[in-house]
Design a protein around this ligand. Structure first.
Ligand code: NAP
Length: 256
């Protein structure tokens, strides 16, 4: 009897923020599942390292520098993906920023704008570029937005970042409704605390780490691989009836 397998054979996926952390793990998982993967972030060096790892694991990948705050670079990213692999089927919006840590009352406009530019506009414009490509082929597709539990709860000192993640969850639901008839599914993942560079200020802070751990059902900080499995299901045909959802992957931190 053959085993049921979740796979991405024949699919091409773009993963933003793929040079490390959660994005790297998703990209490598997708490649192992059979997808051709386009790796995007601002700096080529990290992307090339991930490309080499994927190739050593028997997969196929293309590294493309792209600042997701730039619409021009987003359009070029999709063009380069199509040029190399002929099409795009899956987009993972994962690249995000969090330049300000402090009370919301003291945030400066520059930090506010930067956070919204990358975390909200970046996700939207990358989605729009990929969806326009899907529509030009009359093809189905899957969008996976990496949000955060920060978008669903009070998040003192990270309020602006949290607002952008709430916006991503809202965008996910509306786009799922608007694009569903065209067979494009849109889902979000809300990780809790994951051991990456992005969260190092939190994971390295004994007080914050212990506070979060004490509220978790599973008593460990997630590794990026703990998030990648859900991202695989959401992108795959095995997840074909799943849309408009935000899957919380937080080890039970926010159960209640
Ligand atoms: N770690 C956590 O605890 C946690 C929890 C909940 C949600 N998340 C979410 O998970 C996602 C990934 O975070 P992570 O923890 O994996 O972070 P990470 O390890 O710091 O990786 C961030 C990635 O994004 C890229 N990046 C940053 N700004 C970019 C921009 N403007 N344009 C293109 N690429 C950009 C970085 O590469 P370059 O420097 O080369 O651009 C890097 O590849 C984010 O959406 C974050 O909000 C993380």
């Amino acid at each position: 009897m053959s085993q049921p397998t979740i796979h991405l054979e024949g699919k091409v996926a773009i993963v933003t923020g793929a040079s490390r952390g959660i994005g790297e793990s998703i990209a490598r998982t997708y490649a192992k599942a059979g997808a051709k993967v386009v790796l995007a972030s601002r700096k080529l060096e990290g992307l090339t390292e991930v490309q080499k790892k994927i190739e050593a694991e028997g997969g196929e990948a293309l590294a493309v520098t792209c600042h997701t705050g730039s619409r021009e670079q987003i359009d070029q990213l999709v063009e380069k993906a199509v040029e190399r692999f002929g099409k795009v089927d899956v987009l993972v919006n994962n690249a995000a920023t969090n330049p300000y840590f402090g009370p919301m009352m003291l945030v400066e406009e520059l930090a506010w704008d930067k956070t919204f530019e990358v975390n909200v506009k970046g996700y939207f414009y990358t989605t729009r570029a990929v969806v326009r490509h899907l529509q030009s082929r009359n093809a189905p597709g899957a969008i996976v937005n990496v949000a955060s539990v920060a978008g669903q709860m009070a998040m003192p000192l990270q309020g602006v970042y949290a607002m952008t993640k709430a916006a991503v969850i809202s965008m996910t639901k509306t786009l799922a409704m608007e694009l569903g008839p065209a067979n494009v599914r849109v889902n979000a993942i809300a990780p809790g605390l994951v051991d990456t560079k992005f969260a190092s200020a939190l994971t390295a802070n004994d007080e914050i780490r212990e506070m979060v751990l004490s509220r978790m059902a599973i008593k460990k900080i997630a590794q990026p691989e703990d998030i990648a499995g859900i991202a695989l299901l959401l992108a795959s045909d095995q997840g074909s009836y799943f849309t408009g959802e935000c899957v919380v992957v937080d080890g039970g931190w926010t159960i209640g």
